[in-house]
Design a binder for this molecule. Structure first.
Ligand code: FPP
Length: 254
């Protein structure tokens, strides 16, 4: 294929058994541009390598039995990138669906979209809708693709809908807002992974990640392979989650 980028990958190691798995893993796939620049390639080559990496990560998560994965593919702020890069990412999203939808479907992957579809090019919007339709009955793993997603935009559209629904002040509750977010019906992420060697949330799932555990990978997204998925899940399995409370048995007097 004329445009393909070869990413050398070690074959996946044997699957370790991990005891406490997250129900929902969300991923900020950062670092495609730097990965490419370090190799003398174009940023678009980096995004292509990043898109290729998505399949392996979905498959590894599914093999572990993680029921849900959310992937941040394009943010509401990414429209501010050069037009050629934005167009390339949109095309890659469409190519990814064209090239891999049947395989994902056969592997039991259910695809959902979170974000505002209205600004996406029609070619991508139609493919995303088609992927959601084709995979609706699958149950091995659900993959939410966040395309044109922003955490603040999500809260704003939810509150707008609540107002349009005529909510009185005392009806403005956490449940009423959560039920109108693009993620309505999706459990909050237990684990939020960010690749790319920076530690920030970049307007991803602001409401939903209130009590997520964070995991930062200092490599770039195309380097986040099956072994790294294993490492992130193992790290999560050792964490003690408190949700603002104290551990069971803790005594206030001691
Ligand atoms: C962040 O890297 C990555 C993006 C903004 C785009 C992610 C897109 C894909 C992985 C491809 C399409 C997605 C799917 C689901 C097929 P960056 O460009 O910010 O990297 P940098 O920080 O090194 O510049």
């Amino acid at each position: 294929m004329a445009n393909s980028v070869v990413v050398e990958k070690a074959s996946a190691p044997p699957l370790p058994r991990i005891e406490r798995l997250p129900e929902h893993v969300a991923v900020i796939m950062d670092g495609n541009g730097r990965w490419a620049e370090r190799r003398g390639l174009s940023r678009n080559d980096g995004h292509r390598a990043g898109a290729e990496n998505v399949r392996a990560v979905i498959e590894r998560a599914a093999e572990h039995g993680v029921p849900m994965l959310t992937l941040f593919a394009f943010s509401t702020e990414n429209w501010g990138r050069p037009t050629a890069e934005v167009d390339a990412i949109m095309r890659l999203g469409a190519d990814f669906i064209d090239g891999h939808l049947d395989e994902l479907d056969e592997r039991g992957v259910r695809v959902l979209h979170i974000g505002d579809p209205s600004r996406l090019p029609e070619s991508l919007r139609d493919r995303v809708a088609g992927a959601v339709r084709q995979t609706a009955a699958n149950g091995r793993i659900t993959v939410n693709i966040a395309f044109n997603y922003g955490g603040r935009a999500d809260v704003v559209q939810a509150v707008r809908r609540l107002v349009a629904d005529g909510a009185a002040p005392d009806e403005v509750t956490e449940e009423a807002i959560a039920g109108r977010l693009w993620t309505a019906g999706v459990p909050d992420p237990d684990l939020l992974i960010r690749t790319g060697a920076v530690r920030r949330i970049s307007n991803f799932l602001l409401w939903q990640a209130a009590y997520s555990e964070y995991y930062f990978f200092d490599g770039m997204w195309p380097e986040f392979d099956a072994a790294e998925v294993d490492r992130a899940l193992l790290d999560y399995s050792k964490r003690q989650r408190r949700f603002g409370r104290v551990p069971d048995g803790a005594d206030a007097a001691t």
